[in-house]
Write a protein of this length. Structure first.
Length: 204
């Protein structure tokens, strides 16, 4: 927080499950692919400090699966499951389908767990979507986004929650209201969960 940019979308913690070299995901692509868990449609737009679209921006995405585990924790998942790189459109817009992330406990069987218990804290992290926003002329923005109905927002074990990163996850009942470029648009079970992420880059 001390090193966060003074303007733009707030930053948050990187976490231990980011990987380099994640596969490319086309804009509108599908990370869910019918796996365990509730599908989630994510869409939004990336702009700079003047509100201009941030063409050429790459979103590095990662999250846990519907069983609460990241790919690195679960040998039944492919090594890059729910990891991707997505290039936004020229107008700054993006969309993709994924699974709705779930809250989980950080490992608490070692010194970190001892510390949490001494402090009277629990080991839960609220559900979240990780993202690194890489844009020409800007430092990378490392952040994450949280559903507003998660019961662990006020007790995040790693202090990652920021008010500006908590979002409504709504239900969409009309398929035609989904982004037209979604690869899975015609096959998603309805109603479907959806989140809107509008990002403002930090100063260049």
């Amino acid at each position: 927080m001390v090193n966060a940019a003074p303007a733009g979308t707030p930053s948050s913690v990187l976490g231990p499950f980011h990987i380099e070299g994640a596969p490319e995901l086309p804009n509108g692509g599908d990370l869910w692919r019918g796996q365990v868990g509730e599908p989630l449609v994510v869409s939004g737009r990336v702009v700079d400090q003047k509100g201009a679209p941030a063409a050429g921006t790459v979103l590095v995405l990662w999250q846990n699966a519907g069983n609460g585990l990241y790919a690195q924790q679960d040998p039944s998942q492919a090594p890059t499951n729910y990891h991707a790189r997505l290039t936004v459109a020229d107008d700054g817009t993006f969309s993709f389908t994924t699974v709705r992330p779930v809250s989980y406990k950080v490992p608490d069987d070692g010194p970190a767990g001892d510390m949490l218990r001494v402090l009277g804290r629990d080991a839960w992290r609220p559900a979240h979507l990780h993202m690194i926003v890489q844009a020409p002329g800007h430092a990378p923005l490392i952040t994450e986004f949280f559903p507003e109905d998660d019961e662990h927002l006020d007790g995040d074990a790693v202090f990652g929650v920021r008010a500006g990163l908590v979002l409504p996850f709504s239900k969409v009942t009309d398929r035609t209201a989904l982004p037209a470029n979604l690869v899975a648009r015609d096959t998603l079970p309805m109603p479907v969960c959806a989140a809107r992420l509008d990002l403002t880059l930090p100063p260049g």
